[in-house]
Design a protein around this ligand. Sequence first.
Ligand SMILES: Cc1ncc(COP(=O)(O)O)c(C=O)c1O
Length: 424
Amino acid sequence: MQESRTDQRTKSQRAIALEDKFGAHNYHPLPVVLDSGKGVFVWDVEGKRYYDFLSAYSAINQGHCHPRLVKVMQDQAARMTLTSRAFYNSVLGEYAQVLCETFGYEKMLPMNTGAEAVETALKMARKWGYEKKGIPKDRAKILVCEGNFHGRTISIVSMSTDPDSQGGFGPFTPGFEVIPYDDIPALEKALADPNVCAFLVEPIQGERGVFTPADDYFPKAIALCKSRNVLFISDEIQTGIARTGRLLCGVADEESDPMRRPDVVILAKALSGGMYPVSAVLADHDVMDVFTPGTHGSTYGGNPMGAKLAIEALAIVKDEQLINNSERLGRLFRAEMQKLVDAYDFVKLVRGKGLLNALIIEPRTASVASPKSAWELCLLLRDNGLLAKPTHGDIIRFAPPLIITEEQLMECVNIIALSVKQFA
Ligand SMILES: Cc1ncc(COP(=O)(O)O)c(C=O)c1O
């Protein structure tokens, strides 16, 4: 669109106005218009620099525009980007091997977005339920948790308990039962139904506000599901790939016993380091083999560009020791945030694991009687050079790229402390 010579608005204002006018209003972005990124930093169209403390909802674990990923993308773009699965391509086999060996599963199925991978796991679980468990036709049931977030498709919002996600989108897909999160007795009760084929759950409920369950919730829930011949499906889309100080949040890195790990793992986001949508479902033969030619697929799933990027993105996690960095700096970050919790009544709680954390802010009334919420605090953070996004009105998620250094993290701690002081 042509810029008028008399248009006095800033570049940011013009970009926001355009998006507002021509784009669907299905998001409520913080008013900042980003133009470039490098490592832990992003720059807006006016050239102001910010620390990125959202990392595109944990997709940018390896940092913005990682040079190794940029190189892979450029090289592969010039060589071949898409074959479809009508033919083999020269990268998918190697990628599948890397993924299976990295995460300890026998098979992988490549998709693109997180929601597609979740849908894949749901289909796989139902088919497994009929073919392997012997559930009567069309009676399979999948257990999910209150407060879940698994994406935005019709079937996925059918199991949501968030009114904004679900309202107005019925009729819904049947076959889901919602149980409370972090509640082993509730799971045990629901598992009494022999038609249950799977339990789908997040190791930490990121979108609910980094809602972190008891440390023994996952091991106990996995053991229960195994004992009832029910597939345990771990949605690691937000928590996986070193984000929480482990390769996978829901299972210890040293765990090699298949009886103590999820039957199915779903990955996306940081699997490509934020370069391109790449997702995958991991499982062993006996589960994955329910898919036969023609039963599932995606034109872009398994394309050589995504496959090359994912191989490199996982290598970066290893070479740059992002698991250790996330674990060590996460502890430091929570200790520093605890100082704010101790100092200010309205800062209620810090929670999380590794570098996926949240601060709970009590909504306040300012002296001029205007309400102040986590949104206003995020605006102050922005003005002070750090980008984060509120969720549910009173929770701010802090999830920087995992390549952040201790010095940078402490600078961010100071920005957060200053903003909280200004907010008080
Ligand atoms: C736990 C979880 N599952 C699924 C999704 C959906 O992923 P996508 O937005 O790539 O469809 C998300 C996205 O935030 C997520 O956090």
